[in-house]
Design a protein around this ligand. Structure first.
Ligand SMILES: [Cu+2]
Length: 161
C-alpha cells in the first residue's frame, strides 16, 4: 500500500470513529458554564426526560461536595428542556420569570450568580451536559426553566459531606 492508500485507510477509520461518536452522543454537546470539557469528572450522572411528561428521571441525585460532577442530560422527550441547578429554591419563581423573558435557551444569564450550573436547551433527541464542582453540603433544586415546565419539572441534588 502506498502513502496515499495508507492515508485513505486512516481517513476512513477516522470518519468511522467520528460517525460512531456522533451516534453514541446523539447530538449537541456542551460543558458550559462550568469546568472545561477536558476536565475529567469524578462522577458522571445521567438524567433523562421521557415522552411528554414534565419530569426529570431520576428526580433525586447525590454527590460528594468538592468533587467534579458531570451531569449528562438526555432528552428522550417530545419537548425541549434544559436543566438548571439553583443555589436557593426560593429564587425559582424569579428565575423562571427571567428565563421566560430571556427566551432562546431559557437560561436567565443575568442571574447566573443564583445558579450552581446549567445546561443549554436540549431539543428532543439531544444530549447536553455540564461539568461543575459540587457546592457545599446541602440540597439544591434542579429545574427546567422552559416556560410552563418549571413547577413540575424539578429534582434535587444532595451535596454530601
Ligand atoms: Cu422542560
Amino acid at each position: 500500500m502506498g502513502t496515499a492508500g495508507r492515508f485513505q485507510a486512516a481517513m476512513s477509520r477516522f470518519i468511522g470513529m467520528a460517525a460512531l461518536l456522533a451516534v453514541s452522543f446523539g447530538g449537541r454537546f456542551s460543558s458550559q458554564p462550568g469546568l472545561p470539557a477536558s476536565s475529567l469528572p469524578d462522577t458522571v450522572i445521567t438524567i433523562r426526560a421521557n415522552s411528554s411528561t414534565l419530569e426529570f428521571d431520576p428526580p433525586a441525585i447525590a454527590a460528594r461536595q468538592g468533587t467534579r460532577l458531570r451531569l449528562r442530560f438526555v432528552n428522550e422527550g417530545t419537548l425541549p428542556h434544559n436543566l438548571v441547578i439553583t443555589r436557593d429554591e426560593e429564587d425559582i419563581d424569579s428565575l423562571a420569570a427571567a428565563a421566560s423573558r430571556a427566551g432562546k435557551d431559557f437560561v436567565p444569564h443575568a442571574l447566573e450568580a443564583k445558579l450552581v450550573a446549567w445546561t443549554p436547551l436540549a431539543s428532543p433527541g439531544q444530549t447536553v451536559e455540564v461539568t461543575f464542582v459540587v457546592p457545599p453540603p446541602g440540597v439544591y433544586t434542579y429545574v427546567c426553566l422552559m416556560t410552563g415546565h418549571t413547577n413540575s419539572m424539578m429534582g434535587t441534588l444532595r451535596s454530601l459531606r
